[in-house]
Design a protein around this ligand. Structure first.
Ligand code: AMP
Ligand code: ZN
Length: 466
C-alpha cells in the first residue's frame, strides 16, 4: 500500500512498525458544539482509511482525542452557564450520536485532555529538564529555536517564521515562535495544580502526550485536517521529538477541506451545516458517497446538487442490490453453471482493480467508479437464468467492496419489510378510527405493488401476490 506522506511530500510504500498492525492518532474535535460537515469530512476520511487497513488484514489501533479544555470551551461554558466539564460531557455525547449516525466506527480509545493532566505535567517537566521549555511567571513555553528541525513538516524555516511573526503585548515569551505548553490560571478559568502554580495545558501538548501514553514514542500514522499542519502538528513534532529523540510519526496524513462557495467551511465564518442537519435530509451512506467521491487530498465543494447526485448514484447502486435480492428467490438453478465459473473470474478482476485504486493512497473516487463498472456488468449479465450461487456471489462482492467506504451495507428487503409493516400499522389505526376510505386506500396501494394483505386471527399478514 502507498500513502502520501506530508513530511516528504510524496507517496511512500506503507511499512508498519509492527507487522500487520497500524497505530494511528487522529486529531479530534474540540467539544464545544455540534460538529459540522467540514469536520465530518476529516472524520469520515480517516474512518475510511482505518476500515481499509482492516479490510487488508491489519489490526488498527485508532486513537482520536477530544479537546475538552481551551479558550473556546471556556467561553462557551460561560455563555451556557455550565462548567467546562459539563460542556465537554454534553458535546462528547452529541459527537457520538452524529459519528454513529455517519457509520463512523468507534475509536479504540477517545482520550480526553482533562483526563491526562498528570501525564501532561510530567511531559512538560521532561521538556524543561532537557532544556526545551522555560517558565515565566507560571506560564511554560516551548523554545522553538532549541529544536533544530522546527518547520520540517510545513516546509518552512524558523528565521522566515520569526520574521513574519508578531509578539502580542501580553506575551512574555523569549521568541515570537515559542508557544505555550502550560498557561497560568486566569480568573474564572478551570485550573489544575502544577509545579508552576495553578494553570491548564496548551492545546498542542495534549496530543503529543496522549499519543505517547497510548501508542508509544513512534507511531505509524498521525492524521488530521489540512489546517493542522501548521502550527499544531509542527508543534507536536517539536515537543515529542525533543522529548524522546525519536521520530514521532512515520507517516503524516492530511485531508483537504470541505468548502462551501469555495471557502473553507468553518464555525468562525458561520458558513456551515451541522452533520445533524444534513443527516435529517440524507442517509449516512449518501453523505459518505458524496464525501468519498473526491480524493481525500482534493478540496471538495459542498452543494445541494452534489448531494442530490450522490443520492441518485446511491439509488442506482441499490436498484442493482434490490434486483439481486429478488433474484435469489426467483432463480431456478442452485449451483454455479460452467460458464459462470469463467464469469466469476471477470468479476474478480473488478475487485483487483478496486484494491489497486485503494492501495494507491486511498483513491476512493476511482474505487467508487470501479464499483459502478462492476454493477453495470452484473446488471447486464446476471438474471433469472443465473444460478443462486452466482447471484449471491455478486451480492456479497458489492457489499464487500462497499464496506471499507461504509456504503452499500443495507438490504432493500429489510427496507421493504419495515415500510410495509409501517403501512399495515397505519391501516390498522385507520380502521380503529373508522376511516374506511384511508384503510381501503392503503390496501389498494399495496395491492398495486403486488402485496396482498390477509386478516387472520393472529393479526394482519402480508405476502407477495403470485
Ligand atoms: P476542530 O474541532 O475545529 O478542532 O476540528 C476538528 C477536525 O476537523 C480537525 O482535524 C480539522 O482539521 C477538521 N476540519 C475543520 N474544518 C474542516 C473543513 N472545512 N474541512 C475538512 N476538515 C475540517
Ligand atoms: Zn492534535
Amino acid at each position: 500500500m502507498r500513502v502520501f506522506n506530508t513530511m516528504t511530500r510524496q507517496k511512500e510504500e506503507f511499512i508498519p512498525i509492527k507487522s500487520k498492525e497500524v497505530n494511528m492518532y487522529v486529531c479530534g474535535p474540540t467539544v464545544y458544539n455540534y460538529f459540522h460537515i467540514g469536520n465530518a469530512r476529516t472524520f469520515l476520511v480517516f474512518d475510511t482509511v482505518r476500515r481499509y487497513f482492516e479490510y487488508r488484514g491489519y489490526k488498527v489501533n485508532f486513537i482520536q482525542n477530544f479537546t475538552d479544555i481551551d479558550d473556546k470551551m471556556i467561553k462557551k461554558a460561560n455563555e451556557e452557564n455550565i462548567t467546562v466539564k459539563e460542556l465537554g460531557d454534553k458535546y462528547i455525547k452529541e459527537y457520538y450520536k452524529d459519528a454513529d449516525g455517519l457509520n463512523i466506527e468507534r475509536a479504540t480509545v477517545n482520550p480526553r485532555a482533562t483526563e491526562y493532566i498528570g501525564e501532561i505535567i510530567n511531559f512538560i517537566k521532561d521538556l524543561m529538564d532537557k532544556g526545551y521549555a522555560y517558565e515565566i511567571d507560571g506560564d511554560v513555553y516551548f523554545s522553538t529555536k532549541k529544536f533544530s528541525e522546527y518547520g520540517k513538516l510545513s516546509g518552512q524555516n524558523l528565521e522566515d517564521l520569526q520574521a513574519g511573526a508578531r509578539i502580542s503585548v501580553d506575551e512574555r515569551k523569549n521568541d515570537p515562535m515559542d508557544f505555550a505548553v502550560w498557561k497560568s490560571e486566569k480568573p474564572g478559568e478551570p485550573s489544575w495544580e502544577s509545579p508552576w502554580g495553578k494553570g491548564r495545558p496548551g492545546w498542542h501538548i495534549e496530543c503529543s502526550c496522549m499519543a505517547h501514553k497510548i501508542l508509544g514514542d513512534t507511531i505509524d500514522i498521525h492524521a488530521g485536517g489540512a489546517d493542522l499542519v501548521f502550527p499544531h502538528h509542527e508543534n507536536e513534532i517539536a515537543q515529542s521529538e525533543a522529548r524522546s529523540g525519536k521520530p514521532f510519526a512515520n507517516y503524516w496524513m492530511h485531508s483537504a477541506y470541505l468548502n462551501i462557495n469555495n471557502r473553507k467551511m468553518s464555525k468562525s465564518l458561520n458558513n456551515f451545516f451541522t452533520t445533524r442537519e444534513i443527516l435529517e435530509r440524507y442517509d449516512a451512506e449518501i453523505v459518505r458517497l458524496f464525501m468519498l467521491s473526491a480524493h481525500y487530498r482534493t478540496p471538495l465543494n459542498f452543494s445541494d446538487e452534489l448531494l442530490e447526485s450522490a443520492k441518485a448514484s446511491n439509488d442506482r447502486l441499490y436498484n442493482a442490490i434490490g434486483n439481486l435480492e429478488r433474484l435469489i428467490s426467483e432463480v431456478k438453478v442452485q449451483s454455479l453453471l460452467d460458464e459462470e465459473k469463467i464469469y466469476i473470474n471477470v468479476l474478480g478482476g473488478y475487485k483487483d482493480k478496486y484494491i489497486d485504486k485503494m492501495d494507491d493512497d486511498f483513491n476512493t473516487a476511482d474505487a467508487i467508479a470501479v464499483i459502478f463498472d462492476l454493477v453495470k456488468d452484473i446488471n447486464t449479465n446476471v438474471g433469472v437464468e443465473s444460478s443462486k450461487e452466482l447471484v449471491e456471489y455478486c451480492l456479497n462482492l458489492i457489499r464487500e467492496l462497499g464496506k471499507p467506504l461504509g456504503i452499500l451495507q443495507k438490504s432493500t428487503i429489510e427496507d421493504l419489510n419495515s415500510e410495509i409493516e409501517a403501512l399495515i400499522e397505519q391501516r390498522q389505526q385507520a380502521r380503529r378510527d373508522k376511516n374506511w376510505a384511508l384503510s381501503d386506500k392503503i390496501r389498494d396501494d399495496l395491492k398495486a405493488r403486488g402485496i396482498v394483505l390477509e386478516d387472520t386471527p393472529q393479526g394482519v399478514r402480508w405476502k407477495k401476490a403470485d
